[in-house]
Design a protein around this ligand. Sequence first.
Ligand code: IMP
Ligand code: MG
Length: 181
Amino acid sequence: MDESIRLGDKTFVPYLQADVINDAVVRVADQINFDLSGQKPLFLVVLNGAFIFAADLLRNIRLECEISCVKFSSYHGTTSTGVVNELIGLKEDIAGRTVVIIEDIVDSGNTIVKIVDLLKSKHAGDIRIATLLYKPQAYNKNQHIHYRGLEIPNDFIVGYGLDYDGLGRNLKDIFVIKSEE
Ligand code: IMP
Ligand code: MG
């Protein structure tokens, strides 16, 4: 049976089934529950990609906590300052607080490092990172990634929140791009 799917001009094949993903999500939640026991963290969900992971992860979190959704954006400022990074949607005062960033995937690490820098500039206390997926072969930063659901090779994947050109976020399973024959 051909279980491949078509998104735009690309073909993807099954890679991680929903039950495998769920086991990883529960594992990450258990670690966070254990590590942050007695604390009242703020979870920052990085949109769009992390929305499904966050929904499943947070329903397994038993800590008293707050949740906020943010969007990272990077643009060229109008002044001479060059690239400006900002976190859209962050209203909370995070000074001194334990903040857990929820990401869908850490690839090169460029995005996560910029987000961590922004949170440090707002004087966050303990900053932790929880990502569903992690590509060790692509990651080239020193920043420690505290919670990693699944390590994957350096291939392009979609589903469970992750997209190809805006498509595929709704898929229950994760699919990997089919190599060109
Ligand atoms: P990084 O800055 O290279 O770590 O990755 C930044 C963003 O690229 C992630 O948050 C995703 O939105 C996107 N990304 C990286 N790898 C993939 C992938 O395999 N599929 C879909 N999106 C990806
Ligand atoms: Mg993302």
